[in-house]
Structures are given as C-alpha cells and as structure tokens.
Design a protein around this ligand. Structure first.
Ligand code: BGC
Length: 762
C-alpha cells in the first residue's frame, strides 16, 4: 500500500471517531466551539495549531543573542500573533524570570487579544516539572522519581496544587507535566522524570498530581491544564540513549506502558505530548493507531496532542519518513497530532505556510483540522482564557511562602529512602562529622535538570537562602562539622566526568573525624546531553569511599542521583546508605533531619536498584528470569535493593492476613486485610504493599504485580488493620492475542512475607 492511500484511509476514519467524542461532552461548550470555528479563516485555524518558543519573540543583539533582561520585540510579536495567528507559546529563554517579568511579558502578549487584534487568546505552557522551576523564588519539590518514593498520593496532589498555584502566579495556565513514562531503563537520562518502574504506582500518583494541577474547576485562577508525557514508549530506548528506538511488543504496551496514560487520561488530563522517539519502527508523531485509534478513539480523550520540540521537522531530518517539511506536516496531522511545537523562527512561518498549502491541496481534510482546532479551543475555553488571561501575581500571596516550602520539605522527607543502616544512624548531634563528596556543596545536585535552566547546571541561578548538604549539616550539627569536597563532577567532551580534587585535604580531615557523610551522585542533565555509556558510578567517586574505608572511618553514603548508579563495590563496607534521589531546594535540610534522627525515614524505592550494570531486572520478573543456572533454583533475581524496599529507624511486624472469600466470581471483589504493628521504640511510617500473582495462565504473566498500597503512620507499639479490595480488573493480563482478559484459576496475594490464595472462576 502506498503512503498516500494509507493516509486517505485515515481521513475517512476520523468521521467515525469524532462523533463519539462529542456525544459525551458539554453541549453548550461544544456549540460555542463550533460557532467560534465557523467564524475562523483557514489561516486562523492553521495558526491555532502552531506553538512557538518565547525566544522567537525576544529582542536580540546584532549576533542574534537574546538581550538581558528578556524583552519582547514588538515587531516579532505582531508578526507571530497577528500575521500568523499562532495559538500557543512556551517556556522561557535561557533561565528563570522574576514574577514581575512574567507579568510584563504575558501582559504584553495578551494585550493583542484584549484589544481585539486577534480573535483567540494565546495558551502559554511551561515545563514546571518539580515546581515552577522557571520563576525566581518558586517552591522546588523533589523531582518526580522522589515524589514516587514517598508512595504518598496525598503529597503528590499537594505538589500538584502548589505547582499549579505558582504557575498561575507567573501567569501560565498549562504545565508540561506529569511524565507518565515508566522508568524501566535506568540508563535513560530522563529516568528521574518518571515515577519509576511500576504502572500501578505511577498511575496512582499520576492521577493525584492531575487532581492537584487541574482541580475540580479548570476555570479557577489556581488551576492549570496538565500535559501527559511522552505518549508513549519514549522511556524504554533499547540503547539507553535519549530519543532512540524502543522495541515494545504489543503485550507489554497493554500491560505496562499504556496503563499509566490511560488512567490519567481517564482522570481528566486535557493534553498529551507525543513521544519524540519511535516505537517498533513507527515514530510517535505519525503513529495513527496510538494517537487516533487508542488515545482519541478507545479512551475518548477530549483534549489535544502537542508535538515535542521540533518533532515534525525531525520526521524529515531524523526519522526520514518524510521527504520534506510539508510531507512531515501532512503525516503528523493526519496521524492525529493537533498542535506542533515548531517552535523556532523562521521555521514556524514555514510551518504555517506549508500547512495552509496542504489544506488548499486537500492533503489534510478540513474536518481533521477542525477537530484539532476544536480540541485546542476546548482547553482554552475550559480554562476561561476568553474571559481572563492573566491574574495579578499580587493575588498569590502564598507564592514561595513558608507554607509551600514546608510542603516541599515534607515531600523530600517522605521520599528519602534508607537503604542500609548498621545502627550508625541516627547520628548524635555534635558528632565529629566530615561532610564530603562532589554533590555535597551545591544546590544543583539536589535539584537536577529543569531547574532555573534546561540542564540545571548553572549555579548562579540557585534559589537564595536554600542550603547545600554541607550547610544544612553544619547548621544542625554545629562546629564539629568539617567539609572536604574530595572530587569534582564535570563534563568532558560532552560526557560525565569525575576527578579527585584537594585529595590531601580530604585525607587529613578523614583522619580527624568520627564519621564521614559522603555525598556521591550525578551531574544535573536531561535529554540527549544526559546520555551516559555505563551505569557504573565513576571510579573517582568510589575512590572517596575506599579512602575512608582504608582510614577505618564509618561511611554514611548519601546518593544524589537521577538514576540508580552501580555502587556494588562500596555497599558492604558502608555503614549506612541514604538514597536522596533529586530532593529539591529543601532536600539538604531533609537529609540533615534524617541523618540526625529528627525525622524517621519512610521512603521506598520506586524501582529495582541494579547491582550489576549488565543485569537490568525489575521486581515483576517472570519465572524464567528468576531461574538460576548456578543453583538450579528460582533465585537468580539479584538486585542491589528491591522495588518497594526502604528501612526505618523503627520496625514493623505484619500479621493476620485475611481475605473475605476464597472464591472470586465475575463482577465481584475480595476484601483483603492485614494488621501492621510498630514493634520498635519510635513512631514511624510504613508503606503496606499488596502484590498479586496469577499462578497459571495461558501466556506468561509477571511474577507478581503491585495491586494496592497504603502509607500509614504508626506510633511506637501501635497496630492498625489495613484493608484492600481486589476486583476482576486486577487479574487482567494480555493474552496471546494481546487482548486484556481474565482467566479462571488460582491467584496468590502477598503482603510483606505473608501470603494467601484464592480462586477465580467465570
Ligand atoms: C522535552 C519535553 C519538554 C519540551 C518543552 C522537549 O525537548 O522532550 O519534555 O516538555 O522540550 O520544553
């Protein structure tokens, strides 16, 4: 079949999909959208699908460099908004702006709509992925991987709500977040932007982030539209390098990668950003099946699909599915893309002209374009942009407030995961502590990328008043605290690099201290600049631990890393290990609180931490993966730490696992209960996790799957009974026809070390 025939077939199919969408939405709103569209010229409609970056509108010097401070160029602005009628603008120039700068910029932009120079208000979007990381003084939370390690949906919602508030305070109503990609490829530079390897955990938290972002009413000055990223399969590149091909059989699309997107679309998310890479040989941006049939058809998605950065152009320049820019536009729009993040100038002008040509030549049907525009206008109307575009930032007194900072610190405290403790922790206040290591002395290592700048590497924008780990420990522990860096992270020819620095100073101070808090980890990085060649932590970092072992000093490792790096050689000899992920601006205070026992750790790993760089395993491994050729048993699974693992300063005991019945019938459910007791001497929080195994199935199923969890607080000596419900949907798997089904048979429930069984029959 030639491509032209294929695409004209697609055009017909759109008539089938669209009516079912309209039948379920607000009739008045739909009538208003249609009325609006009926009065738009083709050129105006084309403009609505075009998104440009703020840089394309700023004043530059003679060499093309953006002037500081950022100022809109009236000529460029008029050209984009009036001549090309563009519909959306994104992000920031090179770094964070002040609230008042945002206010001025957005005020100037929206003036065009207010004074009726354009018919449609602009939809402005930004990557506020761990707080409004592009506004000076905003509240910066842990990155998504840390949020996931809290296993606390209420905190996820609180994060969403505060971020939406601070984004709106900056004048922006659209957030390119959350990332719903699964973190199952730890080499990938954006692992930290995910909520880990499990679809149930990621869906549960994702739904609550969206509740926080969007609220119950989008037309509120505190709500923002969320954007699910990056639909779908982007996070699982075979090579580990960003934007390289993923191979994902349909079975695992159904069981792993699609569910987090489906759950959050059904929770009401109103935009998705498309996978910039390719899955099974089809670039995300031309995947008609995923965009039109699944997302808009099966899931009845009411919002719009925006491309990722320059991705229509990439169809020509990288993926080579299109012979030129125009064919690329035709392919993407016909596959179901609604908005193109073009986003540079003059490329956006070419995009608008070429899309107009394609429309005039009927290569894309007007109904397809109308559908794309209707989806975009629906979001603009729901947000109330036609009535009010920017609110005065003075009306957001809680922006960057103590209340918001406390919430960010609470998230950091609940995320930090104690992986090992030979009883050295908590440390005594006033101990002779050496704080060392390359990640101990700068906020950039706590925040990672997407912080003040895209890569988050420029410390000159660090939030004033926030502490580094060395400063936070010193503030807590007092003058007995010493500091030596020992090693320095940098980029060498574009790749991560670490070298030892001030080694004599490190060794001297080692000799004088009673304990070393050694902070290791990664440089901030994301997307292609964050590609690495091995998961092994650079040798110069491991050497700092080895020097401390040689000096017979107890080592407390603190890991500041976006992805799990291999530390096997220093685990056994370390006295304690804390995984801090990328805990944000208040992460250092949270680390100090945990080290000195001011807070009892309760984070749990949202991924399986690998022991060997060549063996990537997940907790839900199949029986064949567990089979060992060495022992002849099913004990080959050997991560450094398991998914869901995390210690506490207290201990918990599990008892009384009970189920309401042993036989589950169709359309029915089973109640499961278990008692958890805090058997230690201090109060603590525990994450009760329920796993389910399908004992025998017609195609292989995962060894066990997370199907319920609850984070509870228990006082010393206190016991609580926790209830879960298992229903038929929890038993589903993709059969050999790749259909999600249930099959009769026996199932095992596991909570902690307790197990029980039930039978399911149809
Ligand atoms: C990233 C997206 C991001 C977009 C806008 C892209 O390069 O892949 O996650 O939302 O840029 O900044």
């Amino acid at each position: 079949m030639n491509k032209l025939k294929y695409f004209s077939g697609l055009i017909l199919l759109q008539f089938v999909v669209i009516p079912s969408l309209f039948s379920q939405v607000d009739a008045q709103l739909e009538a208003r959208i249609q009325q609006e569209i009926s009065q738009m010229s083709l050129k105006e409609k084309v403009g609505q699908t075009c998104q440009i970056t703020l840089d394309a509108l700023l004043k530059t010097d003679a060499s093309g460099k953006v002037l500081e401070p950022a100022q809109l160029d009236e000529v460029k602005l008029k050209e984009a908004l009036v001549d090309f009628q563009i519909g959306s603008i994104l992000n920031v120039s090179s770094h964070t702006l002040q609230l008042k700068e945002w206010q001025t910029i957005l005020g100037q932009i929206h003036q065009f709509y207010k004074t009726k120079k354009v018919k449609t208000p602009i939809l402005y979007g930004a990557d506020a992925i761990h707080g409004m990381n592009y506004t000076v003084g905003a509240t910066l939370f842990p990155q998504e991987i840390g949020l996931a390690a809290t296993w606390n949906p209420a905190l996820a919602e609180q994060f969403g709500k505060i971020t939406a508030y601070e984004l709106r305070a900056s004048g922006i109503p659209w957030n390119f977040s959350p990332v719903m990609d699964l973190g199952r490829q730890p080499l990938w530079s954006r692992f930290f932007e995910t909520m880990g390897e499990d679809p149930y955990l990621s869906s549960s938290l994702g739904k609550r982030i969206i509740a926080g972002y969007q609220g119950t009413n989008l037309n509120s000055p505190y709500s923002t539209v969320s954007c699910l990223k990056h639909y779908v399969g982007y996070s699982f590149p075979l090579t580990g390098r960003d934007r390289t091909p993923a191979w994902i059989p349909e079975k695992y699309m159904q069981e792993l990668f699609l569910p987090p997107f489906e759950a959050t679309v059904k929770a009401g998310a109103l935009s998705v950003m498309v996978n910039s890479g390719e899955v099974n040989g089809i670039p995300g941006h031309i995947n008609y099946h995923l965009l039109t049939e699944v997302l808009k058809g099966e899931w009845n998605f009411q919002g719009f699909a925006v491309s990722d950065w320059e991705d229509i152009l990439m169809l020509e320049s990288v993926h080579r599915t299109a012979i030129n820019h125009k064919e690329a536009i035709i392919q993407a729009l016909n596959a179901g893309l609604d908005m193109s993040m073009v986003p540079l100038s003059p490329q956006y002008k070419e995009y608008c002209r070429l899309l107009l040509d394609a429309m005039n030549e009927k290569r894309i049907s007007e109904s397809r374009l109308n559908d794309a525009v209707a989806r975009i206008l629906r979001v603009k109307m729901k947000l109330g942009l036609y009535e009010k575009q920017v609110y005065d930032s003075k009306n957001y007194p809680l922006f960057g407030s103590i209340q918001h900072k406390n919430a960010a610190k609470e998230a950091a405290l609940e995320s930090i995961t104690l992986l090992k403790n030979n009883s050295i922790l908590p440390l005594k206040k006033g101990s002779s502590v050496l704080v060392a290591g390359p990640t101990s002395d700068n906020l950039i290592y706590l925040n990672g990328a997407w912080t003040h700048t895209w890569q988050g590497m420029d410390s000159s924008y660090n939030t004033k008043g926030c502490k580094t780990i060395a400063q936070a420990i010193q503030a807590f522990n007092g003058p007995a605290t010493k500091f030596a860096k020992g090693a320095q992270l940098s980029l060498k020819e574009g790749w991560e690099h670490c070298e030892q620095v001030e080694s004599a100073d490190y060794k001297n101070k080692l000799a004088q201290c009673d304990v070393v808090v050694l902070c290791l980890g990664e440089l901030p990085a994301t997307e292609k600049p964050g590609d690495i060649r091995s998961l092994d932590l650079p040798a110069a970092q491991l050497a700092l631990a080895e020097a401390a072992f040689a000096a017979k000093k107890p080592v407390v490792l603190v890991l500041l890393e976006g992805r799990p790096r291999i530390i096997r050689s220093i685990v056994d000899q370390s006295a304690a290990i804390l995984q801090a992920y990328l805990p944000g601006d208040y992460g250092a205070e949270a680390i100090a609180d945990i080290l000195f026992g001011n807070y009892n750790p309760s984070g749990k790993l949202p991924y399986s931490y690998p022991k060997y760089s060549g063996v990537i395993e997940h907790y839900d491994l199949k029986r064949s993966e567990a089979r060992s050729g060495k022992t002849n048993q099913f004990d080959a699974y050997d991560p450094e730490w398991d998914f869901g693992f995390g210690l506490s300063y207290t201990s918990f005991a599990y008892s009384n696992l009970k189920i309401s019945k042993n036989e589950l019938k169709q359309n029915d459910s089973i109640q499961v209960s278990v008692t958890v007791t805090n058997t230690g001497k201090i109060d603590g929080k525990e994450v009760v996790q329920l796993y389910l195994t399908d004992d025998i199935a017609s195609s292989t199923t995962f060894g066990k799957r997370l199907k319920g969890f609850e984070k509870i607080a228990l006082k010393a000596g206190e016991a609580k009974t926790i209830n879960f419900v298992i229903s038929e949907k929890d038993l589903m798997f993709a059969n050999f026809m790749n259909k999600m089904v249930t099959e009769s048979g026996s199932f095992t429930i596991k909570i902690n070390e307790l197990t029980t069984n039930f039978n399911y029959s149809k």
